[in-house]
Ligand binder design. Structure first.
Ligand code: SIN
Length: 512
């Protein structure tokens, strides 16, 4: 079956960024395509950490911007950071108006938590550590109430459609079928999340395989700063995949890291366990390289643990651990991609007709290292700006038919025959292009990706994983310094002259 839909805007992705963009497009025919069941997949529903926003009495957008700039390690773009912190409070108020319930004090005021590298208590949470689920619930319900938004779920977007050099739509395949959905639209938004799943250890869900990078790269879109991957220091070190996240708020509450019975972060950074994420993650990695296991001692939270951190408590129970009395085994895990499709402060990419928001793009807000709890806010703020820019800039005439397209039918998710190659890729990214990298390890990684590509994988997912892995590795080879989430043993210092890193992927990918 080949179904063709005429729309004004096609949005790929149903998380906070995509749905914020959709809700801003009143009176336009919007189609949202989601790879999994609507509202269930992707990173937003499982985000534990909250939303950073300068709404407290002792806080200002300028203070929030200053903390974001410090975390970004010299690469955050001030103009975009100001947009984030100044427009954030209004977007939060709108989210509350559409029904999101954030945790409040006994007086009914919004309650603000503290996280590492924030100089104020400014983190909003919902149901303790279930913030993303509440944000997604509220947005999904608002989208369902909007009669201009059509949802196509379980549809894996394969590629963008073009007319000359304009993007004029998308096509995808309904999972498990040979059914093609073609959406013709003069504006397309990529909001399809991150890349964590190309790493062996990750907190990210199955959807986060770098689709946005791969799809954009195939139409020649400029990417930016893709070498910067954030590793969360504390995932629960169990055998499940993805690894359950132990929110940073635990360390905000006083939990400490131990190896061989001793706190090691106090010797590494003045802020110890609350040092920037990349520093804590590498601190744990260094202990692991010595053969030591690392533990989070969160017993300070006490008997209120199940109420304060219900999600984490549930994970611990599933692993047979009692966090009120036991130490928690931890490992760093790939968590967030700072780089992505290069966009301006309105989410415009280098390709006409193509916008991007959320984790799959690089606004420049996060620089080399994202400040905790800034990502849900970024999705809200820049999703809304994308919709405003589309409304202001598109000439709403007829959408031209795309140039001739070869609609290739492929399996969507990794097939059983490809499982081993998917693991090989993920293990290689972890060991060779992970928290610590060097030229030798990255060249080795590229040779492994060539071997996998030579076996001509079929599934969209594995093809995109290979493209994303090559893109990150090639870009990381080009950045000859260490900064934020990118640490090279062969170039351990900052290079003050190194700036943003636009990157155009020229590899053939496994598509040829
Ligand atoms: C966390 O709660 O530690 C994760 C929050 C985030 O990554 O922003």
């Amino acid at each position: 079956m080949h179904q063709k839909i005429e729309a004004d805007v096609a949005i790929v992705g149903g998380g906070v960024a995509g749905l914020s963009a959709a809700l801003g497009l009143r009176n336009k025919r919007v189609v949202v395509l989601t790879k999994s069941a609507f509202g269930r997949g992707g990173s937003t529903p499982i985000a534990q950490g909250g939303i950073a926003c300068a709404m407290g009495k002792d806080d200002t957008p300028e203070l929030h911007a200053a903390d974001t700039m410090v975390a970004g390690d010299g690469l955050s773009i001030r103009g975009c950071v100001d947009v984030l912190t100044q427009e954030g409070p209004a977007r939060i108020r709108e989210l509350i108006e559409v029904g999101a319930n954030f945790d409040r004090t006994e007086d009914g005021e919004l309650s603000f938590g503290r996280e590492a590298a924030h100089s104020r208590r400014r983190i909003l949470h919902a149901n303790g550590d279930s913030t993303g689920a509440e944000v997604e619930r509220a947005l999904v319900e608002a989208v369902k109430r909007a009669d201009n938004i059509q949802i196509i779920e379980n549809c894996y977007v394969s590629d963008l459609l073009r007319r000359d050099d304009h993007v004029v739509g998308v096509y995808g395949i309904i999972n498990g079928t040979e059914d093609v959905i073609q959406v013709n639209a003069p504006a397309v938004v990529l909001a399809c999340g991150g890349i964590g799943r190309i790493y062996r250890y990750t907190t990210n869900p199955v959807e986060s395989v770098g689709d946005g990078l791969a799809i954009a790269a195939r139409v020649g879109a400029v990417l930016s700063d893709v070498e910067f991957v954030q590793f969360h220091p504390t995932a629960l070190n169990t055998t499940v995949d993805p690894l359950p996240l132990l929110t940073e708020a635990l360390r905000g509450e006083g939990a400490v890291l131990l190896a061989d019975g001793k706190r090691f972060m106090v010797d590494i950074h003045k802020d110890a366990e609350l040092a920037p994420r990349d520093v804590v993650a590498r601190g744990i990695w260094a202990q692991q390289q010595k053969g030591l296991s690392v533990w989070l001692d969160a017993r300070c939270v006490g008997e209120k643990f199940p109420q304060k951190f219900p999600t984490v408590y549930g994970f611990c129970q599933q692993a047979g651990i009692d966090p009120v009395h036991d130490l928690l085994p931890v490992s760093p895990a790939a968590h967030y991609h700072m780089g992505g499709v290069a966009v301006d402060e309105n989410g415009r990419t280098s390709c006409k007709g193509l916008w991007s928001c959320g984790e799959c793009c690089a606004t420049g807000v996060h620089g080399a290292n994202r400040l905790a709890s800034n990502s849900l806010l970024e999705g809200l703020v820049f999703g809304a700006r994308v919709s405003q820019d589309i409304l202001a800039s598109i000439d709403w005439g007829n959408t031209p038919e795309p140039d001739d397209v070869n609609f290739v039918i492929r399996p969507t998710f990794v097939t059983p025959a490809e499982e081993e190659d998917a693991w090989l890729l993920r293990n290689t990214m972890w060991s060779d292009v992970g928290l610590v990298r060097c030229e030798t390890s990255m060249k080795h990684a590229l040779s492994v990706f060539d071997e996998i590509a030579a076996r001509k994988p079929e599934s969209l997912m594995l093809c995109n994983m290979i493209d994303a892995a090559r893109i990150i590795t090639q870009a990381a080879l080009e950045r000859k310094e260490s900064r934020g989430g990118h640490y090279r043993t062969d170039y351990p210092n900052h290079d003050e002259h190194t700036e943003h890193h636009p990157f155009v992927y020229t590899g053939n990918g496994p598509w040829c």
